[in-house]
Ligand binder design. Structure first.
Ligand code: NI
Length: 172
């Protein structure tokens, strides 16, 4: 089932999310719903607070090539355990901040650990778009948005645009 994506500014997007203790059917359903919502948007990553759930859960799939096999990835309690000194700049966007983009500098390579959809501990080294995306999504679990990396004036401008967008959406 598709879920509603919260638009910035929203207090739920500023919260630190709680670790997931035990995987339940409800959490697996939430993960599946988030993947469906992400693909539908379309986007390459989505974090649980973006659908109003303050649990440490993200989903991502950075396979964008036409005809390539998708790689739907579910991460409970994801954690960056090592990061390269080498950095990468990417023009980031966010499903909670539609049609706004900004350059963010992040470590180019990160080692990430997480618990997968079946409850198994996983770890993997990510680079390229996967590295950028997984760091962006983990930021969401700590109440941080990509615009928090931008200069204050640019951030305020984007926030005002989003406030206007939300007013228009509320009016229908
Ligand atoms: Ni985002």
């Amino acid at each position: 089932m598709k879920r509603n994506i919260l638009i910035h500014p929203d207090p739920r997007l500023k919260k630190v999310c709680a670790p997931v203790a035990d995987l339940s059917d409800a959490l697996r359903t939430l993960a599946d719903d988030m993947l469906e919502t992400m693909y539908e948007a379309p986007g390459i990553g989505l974090a649980a607070p973006q659908v109003g759930v303050l649990d440490r859960l993200i989903v991502l799939d950075c396979i964008k090539e036409e005809g390539a096999t998708p790689r739907p990835t579910v991460m409970f309690n994801p954690k960056v355990v090592a990061a390269s000194d080498e950095t990468n700049v990417y023009d980031e966007g966010c499903l909670s901040i539609p049609e706004q983009y900004g350059e963010v500098t992040r470590p180019a390579v990160v080692d990430v650990t997480w618990i997968d959809r079946d409850g198994n501990q996983q770890s993997e080294t990510f680079d390229g778009l996967w590295a950028t995306c997984v760091q962006h999504e983990i930021d969401h679990l700590n109440g941080k948005l990509f615009i928090d990396y931008l200069k204050p004036l640019r951030r305020q401008m984007i926030t005002r645009k989003m406030q206007k967008l939300k007013r228009e959406m509320a009016r229908g």
